[in-house]
Design a protein around this ligand. Sequence first.
Ligand SMILES: Nc1ncnc2c1ncn2[C@@H]1O[C@H](COP(=O)(O)OP(=O)(O)OP(=O)(O)O)[C@@H](O)[C@H]1O
Ligand SMILES: [Mg+2]
Length: 476
Amino acid sequence: MTDDGTRILVVEDQDTLRRGIALALRETWRCVEEAARGDVALERLRDERAETFDVVLTDLRLPGADGIAVLRAARERDPLTCVLVMTAYGSVESAVEAMKSGAFDFVQKPLDLEQVELRVARAVEHRRLLGEVSDLRAERAARDAGGAIVGDSPALRAAMDLARRVAPTRSTVLITGETGTGKELIAGLIHGASPRAAGPFVKVNCAALPETLLESELFGHERGAFTGADRERVGRFEQASGGTLLLDEVGDMSPATQAKLLRVLQDQEFHRIGGTRTLRTDARIVAATNQDLQEKLRDGRFREDLFFRLNVIRIDLPPLRERQEDAIALAHHFLQRFANALERPLRGFTESALERIRAHPWPGNVRELHNAIERAVLMADGPRIGCRDLSLFGERSASDADGWRPELPPNGVSLREVERHLVLEALSRTDYVQKDAAALLGISRRKLNYMIQRMGITHATWRRNRTQPKGEGRAA
Ligand SMILES: Nc1ncnc2c1ncn2[C@@H]1O[C@H](COP(=O)(O)OP(=O)(O)OP(=O)(O)O)[C@@H](O)[C@H]1O
Ligand SMILES: [Mg+2]
């Protein structure tokens, strides 16, 4: 007896025959299960908690459900399962039908047990080879899938490694990071390196749609579910079955939609809007957000239970300013790409341009860099991209404020006061829109918000709880 973990299912309603076959097979393989009815076999095959079979040997005519249904269920559950069908002697049509439906082989009744063992052994070997090929494919896909991701910083490498490690599982992954850091690329890597790579990769931007539209987008709706629903609609959860569903900007979901999403994550079941049918999805969920979900948890704007469901595996992409080596590698990569696409023979960057790329805070991260290089390639008239090509656009950087340099007074100055002065000035110039003020200062909005709190600056147009600590100091 070998014990290589091979699992075999025998489906046959004649008790003596089934037991005889199982007994014979158990001389070689330890895990041989039996089912005396078609419907029992179906139930066993569809039980997601139970293991799959390598080989299924099934009769065609069975009580409860026929052998073709068993064959289909087995292959639906695991496309690598090899199914052998037992057909009545001389019934060529049924053998042909079985083969058309994806059977690996058939054996004719009355059975010759030795023949059965031989055929089963062949199926087991075939299944083993299929498994090896599929593993090799997955390995190669995992290697290829990261191909479009540029950068060699330890932080990016760690993120990619983790993505590749979780890819083969069904675990839910939460990808966090500022806007433009490459969250969608990492989601694509997870899908591409997973066994679902051939299945659909479906993306939904949860921030782009109002509540009802988002729900119809996710779950679909039946015809007439609401005004304007003049046709039924298949939701993204259904579309993503067998593949991966990326819930982008998941932090922006309304509380009601959060509750519905939680239910799908728990039971893998949902209803279309206006529908009563219970639908199932096996989509693998990857969520992404550029918001601080922990902060939203504290304010009660994001459900804790949903957070824990999503946050099974967390991949955090640090901002580009914290991985300067990636900024440089990406700049060269984008230069190549745009120089080729725009047919401009550029040979790289000047030293000062590189210096500038390193020093810039890149609040828009890789997306900003991408756009900056595209414009620079268009602007450059020398053989290299210089500082001036870069400085024609973009936001102020720490190293360059269009030539403006503050002078240190002879007796020195309080840096804190200067900082405060500049923050106030930026705020008043932008009508206290923090996002715009942060852009003027070349820092992230989060950083500005933190500074504002530290400095105790408040303004009537700001929501009190977010920006006002205890201090009463009024701005302007
Ligand atoms: N490491 C990288 N290598 C190559 N391209 C990258 C990398 N990181 C990001 N990009 C590119 O930068 C752009 C922004 O990336 P992506 O859309 O994945 O960001 P994001 O984190 O999802 O942003 P947002 O939060 O705004 O949705 C894309 O064009 C993407 O291809
Ligand atoms: Mg994105």
